[in-house]
Design a protein around this ligand. Structure first.
Ligand SMILES: [Zn+2]
Length: 750
């Protein structure tokens, strides 16, 4: 027998046993590793669970998400403590004398369906968790709390604390701020970029029986999130948004139905620090009600399609969104469109800059030494590059100084300058000016443009020529204004930023974010020349209409065509117009950039759509910034200023709900914040109505425009508000090859 048994364990079987043993061993090791891993990963959870088995109570204490403040401490985003009403039927039924007084107190202090509550507490006597009301304010619960402290028979009701995110100014600076919901996960803007800084750590209150069976409580306090101190000035922001809205009011439905433009954006920046003072795109949306579809009305419907390569992409359709369209949208379709609305055009939209790129071209050539400041250039109206004739929109201009070439926005001069510079240097200077690179502004969602600019290796002569005047490459607004500031401030490229200080709940500084000079793009002397040329643009060139009464500013206009998605050629009717500038002309303090993407007009290619917005904003913003007038004001301008003064009286005061400035309880402030308050759209109830539209100089034809070279196409007319037929800064040759990398669906990057 023994022999047999031994035989049973043949070599083969022994091998099998060893394998089995090893397998089991491996499984145990695996389990052990997994166990260690699980306990490590979930240590706090397990601790809590273990605690919860010994404890009497354990309540989470929520942290408070940090505030977002403007440069003067005005709260743009804040979190208000709110209370959820919790009914503990078990306690309420613990003694018979508790039930009726408690139900009575509930009915007297809250708007509750008492039949429902009574049914719940009588049918679910062991239930400890029933929440009939959420997010009550302190005022709303205080009556009950008083009753509760006066009557010890009121039992089984308590209040769970949480925070509600509130934006006291509704849509103001929506693009910059972004939003965050109950989950404290920020979306877009500062809320997303600084999500971890704004969030804190939940605390916990434990109650447990000690060795003597006495109830002891320990509290692990919540750690509140940090506050963000931004460089945004809420007043400037209101001014900017007011005039973007005014533009939309004037221009919407004027050629086709829908908004005043596909996109309109404005950025104001401190020239000498890179701090963003105001940033907005139109249309805005209400941060307290982000899914409200009203802001979509008048915009172009987007659809998600699968393209030939099998990828899904977002495309613009020809449909303008109306309420009817909204009603027919599926949840996904709605989300695609809301998602686009929530984006910040100033950092995500990409487009061809057009002639605002000319100061960059000239600065590069001067800095490189291939041209001298006393250079004269001959424009005979057209230049042959490769197989193409590229015209100057001005026609033959004869001999021009460098200043005149910029002031008149002469394309031929720019092509000659770029030729002198050569493609290698041209591309290198684009990188020096940070064109094609992210600026790394502290906002979520900045577009990449690396694939939308040329590198020397793939740049042909026509590409160099068209790039010289701002075509065939794409930029973002933030890229342009950050680079432009360096052109005019002595050559210092500052990293654009929005937050300059982070503090904790006690107000102590956690981090100071100082302006950061990343590089010197050009020399002081080149910068001085660029200021001279940009001033000439406004003094006698294409940018006269941007000048606010009483001030001299510098800047540059821009017009570019969009690219037709079907033909992949330049559209002859669709344009992106812009103005980039600064004030004062002799000592730049503040830069401004306005882009109007496809204004709603049968003649889109007119930079005046942008210069007029700039002029309106600066007229109101410069006095606010304590920048003094240096220029004579004509009688007519004075009348205009007086009328403006009338319209803005009171504008800076009562736009926010009470309590949004102070760091107080803030409960009542929040209530106002969710309403359709006045703040968002500029907060000026009389604003657009009383503004002296018809009386503004750019509309009345008094300025002697149209005579001098280069602006014939721009000036002259001016029956209030009606703009001249063409402005013509773009290339009137749609056959010139288009950079194949440029998106045909503009502004749909990322
Ligand atoms: Zn010319």
């Amino acid at each position: 027998m023994a022999n047999r048994k031994v035989k049973k364990f043949s070599i083969k079987m022994q091998k099998k046993l060893v394998v089995l043993f090893i397998l089991l061993l491996a499984m145990f090791i695996g389990l052990a590793v997994r166990l260690v891993w699980i306990t490590r990963e979930n240590e706090t959870d397990y601790q809590k669970q273990v605690l919860s088995q010994q404890q009497y109570t354990s309540t989470a204490i929520p942290y408070r998400r940090g505030n977002i403040l403007d440069v003067k401490g005005t709260r743009l985003a804040t979190s208000e403590k709110v209370y959820n009403l919790v009914i503990d039927a078990k306690v309420m039924n613990y003694k018979s004398q508790y039930l009726e007084p408690t139900l009575k107190a509930l009915s007297e202090n809250f708007d509750l369906d008492m039949g429902e509550v009574r049914e719940h507490v009588t049918k679910n006597k062991s239930s400890s968790w029933y929440v009939p009301l959420r997010q009550l304010t302190y005022e709303e619960i205080s009556g009950f709390q008083e009753a509760q402290s006066a009557d010890s028979n009121i039992q089984g009701v308590w209040f769970e604390e949480e925070y509600r995110r509130i934006y006291p100014y509704n849509s103001l600076a929506a693009d910059v701020i972004g939003f965050s919901g109950r989950d404290n996960v920020g979306k877009y803007g500062l809320e997303e970029y600084y999500n971890d800084i704004l969030n804190g750590i939940d605390g916990r209150e434990y109650g447990y029986l000690n060795d003597d069976l006495n109830l002891e409580r320990t509290v692990k306090s919540a750690v509140d999130g940090y506050d963000l101190h931004t460089t945004i000035d809420a007043n400037l922001q209101m001014i900017v948004e007011k005039y973007l809205k005014q533009f939309d009011d004037e221009q919407k439905d004027s050629f086709t139905s829908g908004n005043g433009a596909e996109n309109t954006g404005c950025v104001m920046m401190n020239v000498n620090t890179g701090e963003v003072l105001a940033m907005a795109s139109y249309p805005p949306y209400d941060l307290n009600d982000v899914r409200n579809t009203d802001s979509l009305l008048g915009t172009r419907l987007l659809e998600e399609v699968t393209n030939a390569a099998g990828y899904t992409e977002i495309r613009k359709t020809d449909t303008i969104i109306t309420q009817e369209v909204v009603n027919g949208l599926s949840e996904e379709q709605l989300y695609v469109n809301l998602n686009y609305l929530w984006q910040n055009y100033c950092i995500t939209g990409t487009y061809e800059p057009g002639s605002t790129a000319k100061p960059f071209t000239v600065a590069a050539a001067l800095e490189d030494g291939v041209i001298a400041p006393d250079l004269n250039l001959e424009c005979n109206g057209v230049m042959e590059i490769g197989d193409y004739d590229i015209k100057c929109h001005n026609g033959p201009e004869g001999w021009l100084t460098l200043e005149q070439a910029v002031a008149n926005s002469c394309n031929v001069s720019m092509m000659k300058i770029a030729q002198a510079l050569g493609k290698d240097e041209f591309c290198e200077f684009q990188r020096i000016f940070n064109i094609g690179l992210k600026t790394n502004i502290d906002l979520a969602g900045e577009a990449r443009t690396a694939s939308l600019v040329y590198v020397a290796d793939n740049m042909g002569p026509t590409d160099l020529a068209t790039n010289s005047f701002g075509q065939n490459f794409n930029v973002t607004m933030i890229e342009m204004i950050a680079g432009f500031c360096s052109l005019i401030n002595g050559g210092y490229y500052y990293e654009p930023h929005v937050v300059n200080k982070i503090t904790n709940v006690n107000g102590a500084t956690v981090q100071n974010i100082e302006p950061r000079v990343l590089k010197q793009t050009i020399s002081e002397s080149t910068s001085e020349l660029i200021r001279q040329y940009c001033r000439a643009v406004v003094e006698y060139g294409t940018g006269k209409t941007a000048r606010p009464a009483g001030y001299m500013i510098g800047g540059k206009t821009g017009t570019a065509e969009t690219i037709d998605p079907n033909t992949h050629k330049r559209s002859e009717t669709e344009h992106v117009v812009s103005f980039i500038g600064y004030a004062p002309a002799d000592d730049p303090q503040v830069a401004i950039y306005v882009v109007v993407d496809r204004p709603n007009s049968d003649k889109q290619g007119n930079a005046r759509y942008a210069t007029k917005i700039v002029r309106n904003i600066l007229t109101e913003a410069l006095p606010y910034l304590n920048i003094f007038m240096t220029e004579e004001v004509t009688e007519e301008e004075q009348q205009e200023l007086d009328a403006l003064q009338q319209s803005i009286i009171g504008q800076y005061a009562p736009t926010a709900p009470e309590g949004s400035q102070e760091d107080g309880q803030g409960a009542e402030g929040g209530e106002g914040g969710t309403g359709e308050g006045a703040g968002g759209e500029g907060g000026d109830p009389q604003g657009s109505g009383q503004s002296p539209e018809g009386g503004s100089p750019e509309g009345n034809g008094q300025e002697p425009e149209g005579g001098s070279q280069g602006e014939g196409s721009e000036g002259g007319q001016g029956e209030g508000g009606a703009l001249p037929a063409t402005q013509g800064e773009s290339v009137p040759n749609p056959d010139i090859p288009v950079n194949p990398n440029l998106p045909t669906n503009p502004n749909m990057e990322e």
